[in-house]
Write a protein that binds this ligand. Structure first.
Ligand code: ADP
Length: 262
């Protein structure tokens, strides 16, 4: 029987690694990563600082070539930046001279020289989904950090990427904003599914958002465990008080803080 498209491997990493230094005596930053991301699944990545999480994300995006192994998307090797990948970084870097709507539409304009009525309509819908409908005409410096980050997410989503790569997107936000924006992201992802790879320093955030959590070892970063987060969806603030939530978070914590015990 043919496997449904949604369950097929979408992004595949086979023995992927990277070394920035050509000197073979310097260990690689990341090594031997085997990973299959299914279409529309949400995978969070946690691991100690410097273990190569961002390096891994950049290799999947096509911005950085692996020095070991290969990355493929739907069976085709990634050998450069791809149109179907959206990236959200820690800081949204909005253009200060454009209002929110124009910031969101900017990549389309930059890429195609123009945008259509439909693009504007979709921008409006996405801004509404992100709770920003009444801020479309505001300038970036009139928005809070959380709102600016939402604008950055909407900007990445407007290109309707199949793959959304997020590199600690909420780490500059306070705890409450961070939790709320996480739920907002889940709502958008549930309505417009994408394959998401989400790097975070927060174990609780990883468990709350993801279908699976990839736990990486310290440098050279490799896969310690890929943990299924078998909590029901939709996830809500109540998910956090589920006993299972605590068990899963503890399991990840053991890897990070007591790597020899886990
Ligand atoms: P993480 O995201 O887990 O904190 P990174 O992927 O950012 O880890 O970095 C892993 C290691 O690779 C760090 O020690 C960092 O200094 C090094 N590194 C990252 N980018 C470069 C680069 N462009 N050139 C040389 N070393 C780099």
């Amino acid at each position: 029987m043919t496997e449904p498209a949604t369950n097929r491997s979408f992004v595949r990493l086979e023995g992927v690694g990277h070394r920035y230094e050509p000197d073979p005596n310097v260990p690689p930053v990341v090594t031997g990563i085997d990973l299959d991301l299914r279409r529309h699944e949400f995978v969070a990545v946690v691991g100690p600082s410097g273990c190569g999480k961002s390096t891994l994300l950049r290799m999947i995006s096509g911005l950085l070539k692996p020095t070991e192994g290969r990355v493929s998307v739907f069976g085709r090797q990634v050998d450069g930046p791809r149109d179907d990948v959206g990236i959200v970084f820690q800081k949204p870097t909005l253009l200060p001279w454009l209002d929110v709507r124009r910031n969101v539409l900017f990549p389309l304009r930059h890429k195609f020289g123009r945008y259509s009525r439909d693009d504007e309509k979709r921008a409006g819908e996405l801004l509404a989904m992100a709770g920003l409908e009444s801020f479309a005409e505001k300038m970036p410096d009139e928005l809070s950090g959380g709102m600016q980050q939402r604008v950055g997410i909407v900007r990445a989503l407007l290109l309707n990427p199949d793959i959304l790569l997020m590199d600690e997107p909420f780490s500059a936000l306070d705890a409450m904003t961070r939790e709320q924006i996480g739920f907002d992201l889940l709502k958008i992802w549930e309505e417009q599914p994408k394959t998401v790879l989400f790097i975070t320093h927060s174990i609780a955030e990883a468990v709350l958002l993801a279908d699976r959590v990839l736990v990486m070892s310290k440098r050279p970063g490799s896969v310690l465990e890929l943990i299924d987060i078998d909590l029901p969806r939709p996830r809500t603030a109540r998910s956090i008080s589920d006993t299972r939530f605590g068990e899963l978070a503890d399991r990840i914590r053991k890897h990070i803080y007591e790597p020899d015990v886990a």
